[in-house]
Design a binder for this molecule. Structure first.
Ligand SMILES: Cc1ncc(C[n+]2csc(CCOP(=O)(O)OP(=O)(O)O)c2C)c(N)n1
Ligand SMILES: [Mg+2]
Length: 610
């Protein structure tokens, strides 16, 4: 059978080490499908139910492995569906290649069916973005696409006209200058380290400092042990941006866990009081959780020079690979003899974890979402991969205790809803032998329900935990706490996810009793294939930040007074929580008590509102 341009592309992808592609076919990509069919023993087709899931899964595959994630779609609508996942990859710097079908090469731009200039459309998202112009163009374009995506951790896109997909090799006229075989699979990547004098300058910033803090992000993944060595040397606690949650395990003596609104109180405290800061591989956006500009002498390590100084003024910027640079930096660092700052932080962390346990072992009903998170973190296998989502669920996941060897990621900077399940699909394809758990909200799950069936179809034993509060929970709190408005448009008519799961062919289990939560979770996690756990939780449990500002408390009180329909339930929940947590130094209980008082006052005087 004649060799087509699609065969060349698929062979080339295999040569580049691609083992799986995520997508769903259509008339605009069927020529490529045939090449995939012919190569099905060497490259896995992961058939998702939505192209967005395919792109997000490819992104997660790339994030978890560092290898190229590949997704594909038919022309126009399929390509448009890919975009959200591709933007996730662009923004979080994951190497992803998208292959999209495109209308017949000689009908482009003629208002033909599904005639969309996808290369124009993808111009912003893709760093490498080309139309394939015939069989002789495939290798050149594919090599550069793969090399660009990998070396820049970026998105590459190839738009492939339908007729060219099935064009026979040799049928097109190769131009004289396009010498056959002139491109290759060459790809060399050397982790960069800054020059020695720059390292010495960076190390000297920490001399004489007594309260050094470290902020670690996604760029520090794989450099955990070097980072712990630095932390030990400098007696410096490590606060982790959510994308860097897996950098060092939460049971490391050096970490204060997550930072930011979803983070821990000790992370906030170290940033508030540090006199020096080391930022490693992080563009953590919430600058209000960093030291005040001018407060700390800072060093930033990033492999993107343009990101040095992005969020905090730095004295020395180190441009390089995190692992290699930290390794070179360690011997130059002054050894902090005074370990008071670290030890005080460790005491606070002990209190924090007790608080997390207290929240996670409450037996009141409706069940607190933290109970599910707490039990899950106890039950996860030592090498489990956890994927998160956007919502109040981000807070519950952010405060889970990840142990050494476990991994975590989510759509971090784009913060897209509904990424949890596709991320789990990508992770499970990459690591078939590991336990993979998606921790998602009911709003997100309802956006991505079709891909429950992907778990069955593709035999991926992913466990999906849906935190069901019948609302877009995070938005309720944002409307009230950030703007002082009563909630609006955030309720969700309840979905029976157990039935949906069963309808898709996977077992479903409902948990609504905190007393049986652990046992039920345990049995669901033990299931051989995929399973869905619907955890019915208290919709009024606030995702409390580490500390509550006066402005936030005022806004909440205003919202309640202005006609928040669930004011009484919210008031009661917050009062009860403040009482439960009053013994913990790291709870925002001082502030929570104040808030509860204002809430009570505003409920009593509610009639005076709008
Ligand atoms: C695609 C997308 N749409 C909207 C948002 C804004 N958003 C962030 S969280 C959220 C609510 C998520 O609801 P759910 O999944 O039920 O989680 P919960 O907050 O209830 O835990 C929304 C609408 C977003 N981040 N992404
Ligand atoms: Mg919800």
């Amino acid at each position: 059978m004649a060799r087509t341009a699609s065969d060349v592309l698929v062979e080339r992808l295999i040569d580049w080490g691609v083992e799986a592609v995520f997508g769903l076919p259509g008339d605009g990509i069927n020529g490529f499908m045939e090449a995939l069919r012919k190569a099905k023993d060497r490259v896995r087709l992961v058939h998702t139910r939505h192209e967005e899931a395919a792109a997000l899964a490819a992104c997660a595959y790339a994030k978890f492995t560092g290898r190229l994630g590949v997704c594909f779609s038919t022309a126009a609508p399929g390509a448009i569906h890919l975009l959200n996942g591709l933007y996730d990859a662009k923004i979080d710097q994951a190497p992803v290649l998208a292959i999209t079908g495109m209308t017949y090469h000689d009908l482009i731009g003629t208002h033909y069916l599904q005639d969309l200039n996808q290369d124009y459309l993808f111009q912003d998202v893709a760093l490498f973005n080309q139309r394939i112009m015939g069989p002789a163009h495939v290798e050149n374009a594919a090599d550069l696409a793969c090399r660009t995506a990998l070396s820049h951790r970026a998105v590459a896109h190839l738009a492939f006209p339908i007729d060219y997909q099935v064009a026979e090799v040799g049928a097109d006229r190769r131009s004289k200058r396009n010498i056959e075989g002139h491109t290759s699979l060459s790809y060399s990547f050397e982790p960069r380290t800054p020059p020695q004098d720059q390292l010495a300058r960076a190390a000297s910033v920490f001399a004489g400092k007594e309260r050094i803090a470290i902020l670690a992000g996604a760029g520090a993944r794989g450099a955990g042990s070097e980072l712990e060595e630095v932390a030990d040397r400098l007696a410096a606690p490590i606060a982790k941006a959510m994308l860097g949650k897996e950098v060092v395990p939460d049971d490391s003596p050096f970490t204060t866990g997550s930072i930011g609104i979803v983070g821990t109180r000790p992370s906030s405290e170290v940033m508030k009081s540090c006199d020096a800061l080391l930022i490693v591989g992080s563009s953590f956006p919430y600058t209000e959780y960093l030291p005040e500009p001018g407060q700390a002498a800072a060093v930033q390590l990033d492999d993107r020079p343009e990101r040095i100084g992005l969020r905090y003024p730095v004295e020395v910027g180190l441009v390089g690979d995190a692992k290699a640079t930290l390794k070179a930096l360690v011997p130059l660092l002054p050894r902090s003899v005074d370990r008071t700052f670290l030890e005080r932080t460790q005491q606070q962390m002990a209190d924090w974890w007790k608080l997390v346990e207290a929240r996670g072992t409450r037996v009141d009903t409706p069940m607190k979402p933290q109970v599910v998170a707490w039990n899950l973190s106890q039950l996860l296998e030592p090498d489990a991969i956890l994927t998160g989502d956007s919502g109040t669920v981000t807070t519950w996941a952010g405060r889970m205790k990840l142990r050494r060897g476990q991994r975590f990621s989510f759509s971090g900077t784009l913060c897209s809803m509904a990424a949890g399940l596709p991320y789990a699909i990508g992770a499970q394809v990459a690591y078939p032998g590991r336990q993979v758990v998606a921790f998602t909200g009911d709003g997100s799950a309802s956006m991505m329900m079709g891909d429950f069936a992907t778990l069955v179809q593709e035999q991926l034993p992913v466990k999906v935990i849906v935190i069901k509060n019948n609302s877009l929970g995070l938005i309720r709190w944002e409307q009230m706490v950030f703007l002082g408005n009563p909630e609006h448009g955030i309720e969700l008519s309840p979905i029976d996810f157990v039935k949906v799961a069963e309808g898709c062919g996977l077992p479903g289990l409902r948990i609504d009793d905190p007393r049986t939560c652990r046992d039920q979770l345990e049995s669901a996690l033990r299931a051989e294939g995929p399973a869905l756990i619907e955890a019915v939780v208290d919709p009024y449990e606030p995702p409390l930040p580490p500390t509550i500002t006066a402005e936030q408390a005022t806004h909440l009180a205003e919202a309640l007074a202005r006609g928040e329909p669930n004011a009484t339930r919210i008031g009661l929940t917050m009062t009860r929580n403040a009482w439960h947590e009053s013994a913990f130094a790291t709870a925002p209980s001082g502030a929570a008590k104040r808030t509860a008082k204002r809430v009570r006052e505003s409920i009593e005087g509610k009639g005076r509102g709008e």
